[in-house]
Unconditional design. Structure first.
Ligand code: PMV
Length: 323
C-alpha cells in the first residue's frame, strides 16, 4: 500500500448540449488543460483532514464515523462524500489527509468539483491498491455528484476521467471520443459565478410548467449535437459557428442566458466570429466563441474591453492520471 499519492484531473467546457443532457439527451464536452491536483496520504488516527486553501479551507477535520453526517460545508462536501462512498464500497476505515491545488479558479465553471472527485477517486484506488476501471471511477463520481447536489448529468465527471473531447449521454453512460484536430475557440469569462443546481432546477420548473415547449427545445438541441459531430469531423468551422448560435438561441428559450454572456457574444460576432454560445449551466461563467486565427486578437480585445476575461486554455486534455 502506498503512503502518499498525487493525481490530477482536467477541467472541462461544454461545447454543445447542456441542460438537455440532464434529461437523457447527449452533449459534446471537452477537457481543458488546466488541472485540479489532489494529494492523499495516510494518517495514524481515524480522521479526515482536508486542506483546500484556494476555496478557503485552511484546515477541515472530521472523524471518519461522521463522514457525510449533519451539515457538511459546501467547499468540502464533494471530497467528504466521495471518501464516504469509496470507504463504504470497499470496507475501508483509515485516516486520511487530502490536499487540493487547482490550476484554475473554481469560479470559471470548469467543473472543479467533478475534477476534484475524479482525481480523489483515482488517488484512493492507488493508495489502497484497488484497481478501478474508468467506468467504476465514473460511477463512484456520479453517485457522489447526485449525493451532494441532487441533480446533474455526470458529463463533467466523464470529461475529468476520460479526457479528450467526448460525445456523452447519461443513460448509457456512453462516452465516445470525438476526433478534433484544432478547435479555434476563444473562452470569455463573465466574472460572474453561476450556480449550476439552481439553474438546473429553474429549467426543471419551466419544464413542469411548459412540458411540450421544453421537450421540443431539448429535441432541437439534440439535433444540433448530432449535426455538430458531423461538422466537427468535416472541419467546417463556419458551419459549426452557426450551430453554436442556434444552440445559444435555444438556451435563451430555456431562460439560462444572461446579459453579461450575451454582451460578450455580441462583441465577438461583431468582430467576425463564426458563432458563440454560453458554456455550462448559464447565468454567468463562460461563453465560447469560434474564430478564425486571423481575427482572434481582435475578438479577445473586444471581449476584454467589455469587461470579460479571456481564458487561455487548450482543449482535449488528458483525463485523470497519477502524477
Ligand atoms: O455549470 P456547468 O459547467 O457544470 O455545466 C452544467 C451543465 C448542465 O447540463 C446544465 C448540468 C449537467 O450536469 O449536465
Amino acid at each position: 500500500m502506498a503512503e502518499r499519492v498525487k493525481t490530477s484531473a482536467p477541467g472541462k467546457l461544454v461545447l454543445f448540449g447542456e441542460h438537455a443532457v440532464v434529461y437523457g439527451y447527449s452533449c459534446i464536452v471537452t477537457a481543458v488543460d488546466q488541472r485540479m491536483e489532489v494529494t492523499v496520504s495516510l494518517r495514524q488516527d481515524k480522521k479526515l483532514l482536508v486542506k483546500a486553501n484556494q476555496v478557503g479551507v485552511t484546515r477541515y477535520d472530521r472523524d471518519l464515523s461522521e463522514l457525510g453526517r449533519g451539515e457538511v460545508p459546501k467547499a468540502v462536501s464533494f471530497i467528504e462524500f466521495l471518501i464516504k462512498n469509496f470507504y463504504q464500497q470497499y470496507g475501508i476505515c483509515v485516516g486520511l489527509n487530502v490536499f487540493t491545488h487547482s490550476q484554475f479558479s473554481a469560479n470559471f465553471g470548469f467543473g472543479s468539483s467533478a475534477a476534484v472527485i475524479a482525481a480523489l477517486a483515482l488517488a484512493l484506488s492507488r493508495l489502497f491498491s484497488i484497481e478501478l476501471s474508468q467506468i467504476q471511477l465514473f460511477d463512484l463520481c456520479f453517485q457522489t455528484i447526485l449525493d451532494v447536489q441532487g441533480v446533474g448529468s455526470g458529463f463533467d465527471a466523464a470529461a475529468a476521467i476520460y479526457g479528450g473531447t467526448l460525445h456523452y449521454a447519461r443513460e448509457e453512460r456512453a462516452v465516445e471520443p470525438v476526433e478534433v484536430s484544432n478547435f479555434p475557440l476563444v473562452v470569455g469569462y463573465t466574472g460572474i459565478k453561476a450556480d449550476t443546481p439552481t439553474l438546473v432546477r429553474q429549467v426543471a420548473e419551466l419544464k413542469r410548467q411548459k412540458p411540450k415547449t421544453v421537450e421540443g427545445v431539448f429535441i432541437e438541441i439534440e439535433r444540433i449535437v448530432v449535426k455538430a459531430l458531423q461538422v466537427i469531423k468535416a472541419g467546417n468551422f463556419a458551419k459549426l459557428g452557426t450551430l453554436m448560435d442556434k444552440n445559444q438561441k435555444l438556451l435563451e428559450r430555456l431562460g439560462v442566458s444572461s446579459r453579461e454572456l450575451e454582451e460578450l457574444m455580441r462583441v465577438s460576432r461583431q468582430e467576425g466570429a463564426w458563432g458563440a454560445k454560453l458554456s455550462g449551466a448559464g447565468g454567468g461563467d463562460c461563453m465560447i466563441t469560434l474564430v478564425a486565427d486571423k481575427i482572434r486578437k481582435e475578438v479577445e480585445t473586444a471581449i476584454e474591453e467589455c469587461g470579460g476575461e479571456v481564458l487561455q486554455v487548450k482543449f482535449g486534455a488528458e483525463g485523470v492520471r497519477e502524477e
